[in-house]
Each structure stands twice: as structure tokens, then as C-alpha cells.
Design a protein around this ligand. Structure first.
Ligand SMILES: *Cc1c(COP(=O)(O)O)cnc(C)c1O
Length: 363
């Protein structure tokens, strides 16, 4: 039997439905962030984050930020890109394009290799760009493009980066903890992520996991006070955060990371997502819905985008499912009228997705 502490099951890719024990952890004791106890909490979370991928446990360090996933992506880009050099942004969705927007806002030179949202990353164009001189100093991309639910082929992209000797920076906000990350094989210098998507914590804490040597020598004068990764790293290495942290959210993240470890780590979570997504994909197909991405190999484990039937608006479908206790997720921008999305992140179980399929209107 499932004991539920929330009346709603969230089908959006974060913030996720919390497990009872993670929700319980939110009401931990009051703490001053200059107490030794806080230092221990912070260190426990930083070490557990670095240990999610055993390959990264020794050479990478987690730097925590109070903010949403975007804060971590912006801190990573704003701090780690060497000044005066250009980088290569490889995008096929809103989050990849947002990386380009950030570099424009920061005044960084870059080349954008952009595919249409329904298409894979343009690896042939990346190969050509990496052959040119001067080479881009960094390649930057998104692992799970949440716009469409595509798991980008980072093995192929990372292989190109490794062969060219160019470090890769990854927006892993909606994949960290749910998809594989080959830190060495893909030449990953850093990735940015959040506690409230595949890690199943509450919203409010994000982080960058970066090679230690990238964090210890400042590359460029800080262009942001709040999003200066070097300042956060130096402060956290001394046990005291640079700014007031979201302490209850850290309690929850510590608990969520313990839960992830006990459940078998990222591989087990990935397997569970695939199992839950399979229920959704097969069930909605039976009801007459079509996936946006037809190629099964393109799909992320945790999110599926379906085409809205011509006679149905997102609002009507949302209302129907909301009455049954499910929160459906819309498409963004031009996809708002075309698709809906279902993510299986969070404290969701087979029974939840089976009853979701049951209540879905057939077309
Ligand atoms: C959710 C998400 C983000 C960041 O979103 P926030 O709303 O800032 O947490 C960034 N990139 C990807 C791929 C995402 O899915």
C-alpha cells in the first residue's frame, strides 16, 4: 500500500512529488549557518552529490547554490569559461538556447550549432567546428533536453570533445541522478544540476559539480557576486556558506540523497524511470496518443512528450486529469498548442502511473 502525504501527483519535471521522509526532513531543527552543525550538513550534502557518480567522487567537487537550476547553469558558465576565448554551444531545445542567451548576456563569444527542437544534436557540425583553429575553448550542451524529452547523445558528443581535447560543460539539470554521466570518457569539466528533479529533493538548492582543479584557480574576474562559483567554493571549503543558505531544503536534499543511495543509486533510479515511463508510453499509445519523438532510442528515461490530439486543448486535458489528482505538464512556447509532457520523477509508483493511464481520455 502507498501512504501518500500529498493529494496531488506531480507529472512535471520538478519540483517533484516528495516522499514522506524527504518532506519530514524539511522541518528539521533551526540552525545558524555559522554553527558547526551547519558545516557538517553542508559537507554531507556536498560529498553525497560528488558520490552519486562514483567516477566523479575523487576528482570533482560539488558547489552548492541557493537558487533554481538556472542559477547553477549561469554560475557554471559565468565562472568557468576562460576570458577572451570562444566556446561552442550545441542546442536542440529551449534549455540549449538559454545557454546561448546567458553567454550573450555575459558578453562571451560563442558559436551556436542549433538544431530544430525535434531533431538530435548536429554532431557533424560539431565535428567540423572542432577541426577549426583556433578551437573552441569549451563545448557546452544539455544532456536531457526537457523541451522534448530527448536524451542527447552525450557519448557521441563527449567522444568528439575528448578526441579534440576540448572540455565539455553540461546542463544536467533534468538528468543528474537519472541518466548516466561518463565524466572521464566525455571529458566533462563541470555539470550543473538541481536537487529537485531526478534527486527528488525540494526546490531551492542547485549545484555545480566540477573538476577540482577548475575550482581552485580563478579564470576570470568575477562578473557576478551571487553567482561567483569560486567564491562559493572557497567559502564552502571552509565550512561556512558565502550567503544565507536554504537550510530546510538542505535537510531535505540530505535525506533525498540517502534515499537514492539506499534505493541503489542512479542506475536503479534510471531503471525505475524506464519502467514507469514504459507504463505511460504503452498505456497512452493504447489510448491513441502519439509521441513527439518517434525514435525510442532518443527518449530520456524520465519524461515523454505526446502530441495533443487536434480536437483537444491542453487546458481541457489538464482539467480532466487534475480532477483525478494528477498535474499534467504543458509544452513550452510554440509547443504549448502541440504537446503535453509527462515526467515520472519524484515519489511516484507503478500504481500511480497505471491509474494515470486508466483515467486518461481515449481518442
Ligand atoms: C528545469 C531545467 C533547468 C532549470 O530550470 P529552473 O526552473 O531554473 O530550475 C535547466 N535546464 C534544464 C534542461 C531543465 O530541465
Amino acid at each position: 500500500m502507498i501512504i501518500r502525504n500529498s493529494p496531488l501527483r506531480l507529472l512535471n519535471p520538478g519540483p517533484v512529488t516528495l516522499s514522506p521522509r524527504v518532506r519530514q526532513a524539511l522541518s528539521g531543527p533551526d540552525l545558524c549557518h555559522r554553527q558547526a552543525e551547519f558545516g557538517e550538513l553542508q559537507q554531507a550534502v556536498r560529498s553525497a552529490l560528488a558520490a552519486v557518480y562514483p567516477q566523479a567522487a575523487h576528482d570533482y567537487e560539488a558547489v552548492l547554490l541557493t537558487g533554481s537550476g538556472t542559477a547553477a547553469v549561469e554560475a557554471m558558465l559565468g565562472s568557468l569559461l576562460p576570458p577572451g576565448q570562444h566556446s561552442l554551444v550545441v542546442a536542440n531545445g529551449i534549455y540549449g538556447e538559454r545557454i546561448a542567451d546567458m553567454l550573450t548576456a555575459h558578453g562571451n563569444a560563442f558559436t551556436l550549432i542549433r538544431s530544430c527542437w525535434e531533431a538530435p544534436l548536429d554532431l557533424a557540425a560539431v565535428g567540423r567546428a572542432l577541426d577549426q583553429h583556433p578551437r573552441p575553448s569549451r563545448v557546452i550542451t544539455v544532456q536531457h533536453e526537457t523541451t522534448t524529452g530527448r536524451a542527447n547523445d552525450l557519448a557521441a558528443l563527449g567522444g568528439l570533445c575528448r578526441a579534440a581535447g576540448v572540455p565539455l560543460l553540461v546542463d544536467a539539470v533534468s538528468s543528474f541522478g537519472g541518466e548516466g554521466l561518463d565524466f572521464d570518457g566525455w571529458n566533462i569539466e563541470a555539470c550543473a544540476a538541481t536537487g529537485n528533479k531526478c534527486l527528488h529533493g525540494a526546490p531551492g538548492i542547485a549545484f555545480v559539480l566540477a573538476r577540482r582543479e577548475a575550482l581552485t584557480a580563478r579564470r576570470a574576474p568575477a562578473r557576478s557576486v551571487y553567482l561567483d562559483l569560486y567564491a562559493h567554493h572557497a567559502a564552502q571549503a571552509h565550512g561556512i556558506p558565502a550567503f544565507t543558505p536554504a537550510i530546510p531544503i538542505l535537510y531535505a536534499l540530505r535525506e533525498a540523497l540517502g534515499e537514492l543511495r539506499e534505493q541503489g543509486g542512479w542506475q536503479a533510479r534510471h531503471t525505475r524511470y524506464v519502467e514507469l515511463s514504459t507504463i505511460v508510453r504503452a498505456g497512452l499509445q493504447r489510448k491513441g496518443y502519439q509521441r513527439l519523438l518517434r525514435d525510442p532510442a532518443a527518449l530520456s528515461s524520465s519524461l515523454t512528450a505526446f502530441r495533443l490530439p487536434p480536437a483537444m486543448t491542453f487546458e481541457t486535458l489538464y482539467e480532466t486529469l487534475f480532477r483525478e489528482g494528477f498535474v499534467l505538464y504543458a509544452g513550452q512556447q510554440r509547443l504549448y498548442r502541440e504537446i503535453f509532457r509527462i515526467a515520472v520523477m519524484g515519489d511516484l509508483h507503478r500504481e500511480d502511473l497505471e491509474s494515470l493511464v486508466d483515467v486518461f481520455p481515449a481518442i
